[in-house]
Design a protein around this ligand. Sequence first.
Ligand code: NAD
Length: 491
Amino acid sequence: MKTEVNMTYLPVQNFIGGQWRVVPSGKTLEVISPLDGKCLSIVPLSTDSELDEAVKAATAAFPAWSRTPIKERVQVLFRYKSLLEAHSDELAALISEENGKTLVEAVAEIEKSVELTEFACSLPQLITGEWLEVSRGIDCRTERVPIGVVSSIVPFNFPAMVPNWTIPNAIALGNCMILKPSEKVPLTAGRLAQLLKEAGLPDGVFNIIHGDADIVNAICKHPGIEAVSFVGSTRVAKIVYRTATQQLKKCLALGGAKNHLLVLPDAKAEMTAQNVVASMSGCAGQRCMAASAMVAVGSVDHIVDKICEEAKKVVPGKNLGAVISREAKQRIEKYITEAEVQGAKILVYGRNVIVKGKEEGSYVGPTVIDYVDPKMAVAKEEIFGPVISIMRTKTLDEAIAIENANPYGNAASVYTQNGGLAKYVIDKASAGMIGVNVGVPVPREPFSFGGWNESKFGSGDITGKSSIEFWTKLKKTTVKWNPEAGVNWMS
Ligand code: NAD
């Protein structure tokens, strides 16, 4: 354990009922910057009793917050959006420090958080209910009401954006939230809490509980929590979904991904190569929307050559950030070595990278692997590093069969200038988010984000209009004021 003196920041604390709270349990983990291996802070592993306090604080805040008209609730989010913009540089620096991504990528994460908050500000316009005189003198109306205390469990790869997938919408819709940040990147969440408080969010509406698997398990089982949203790996998404739904909670659990890019010979070579490389190496490949597998259909050697040229322009420590940890670097490099041993051809090497002056950082260079057999691990599994595995097929149907056979289903893209072939892929790909000549087909607000198959468990999506269903309950009221309506089968 490093002493506090050597840390960049004070020890991380929970945020409960609008106050910073020390966790008395004493169990902590170090927060290490992937950029240079420096110890940034220590994060506490909360226990059931801290979670109980957070649930109590959220439960106490719920009656007043849920009864606050939504147009008043979103005023807080208008101010939060402005604060995100005003603090963009500072937040981006913190994100980069704890996550390892580049500053440019971290700024983009704040820009996306702003867009997510703007969407939440528009919710009053989107959730107006319905009303109809269903028979003489009898009216029926529907309204969306908040669920209660809800939880959001998030991964390491987007310390601000993924929390902001859930925070603005859930609280705009009248819920009180407990956020469980990734123990690898707990610092940014604390700044978000400060900004929400500064924006005027009442105490207890937003709370943070830090910890690892044990506290996630406790959240899934806590009787005071009505709904659990989760974003992370498929392995943990399955655990969370099973545990939470077994406790009869509402649950939406987003998992990992293996996204395929299908490249056809008529694709625009320059644009395709730039897109493929940006998609596989952005955020060091640590995006659930990253291109991880490319299926080269027919004669596309000229595009593969350009991909290699583009990949060589991506330089670790400059325009390529670090991967989250030493373990992650080792895991990614093991995948590359294994593919090479099994006969794949490494066109661009990213192993054994050391960035001068940041020797303790965890960097992997961009890696292009060609002639990958669909049975290899690099073809099938999520690598979560700046690596693209190229498989070769003669026909588009073979390429679609490879995409369809993968158990994940987050995203898939096709590169072609032929509208008919693009439509064929849109129809046949087994993924929730499809791109045509777009390498990272993230649907922007108001469209929703969510994959299929083993990339998501539960119904609906986590952002956009679809999330309204998850964060609310539908109330149906039938009203009769007029005695002449009488009493009949519908009274
Ligand atoms: P992870 O699954 O290891 O961790 C996610 C969260 O679960 C963290 O808060 C962690 O503390 C907790 N956790 C870890 N192990 C647990 C366990 N055994 N039981 C209960 N909780 C546990 O994921 P990660 O490594 O932080 O993030 C990377 C993964 O997230 C990748 O697989 C990536 O594809 C995925 N991801 C998916 C999406 C999406 O939209 N589908 C978005 C971002 C990231």
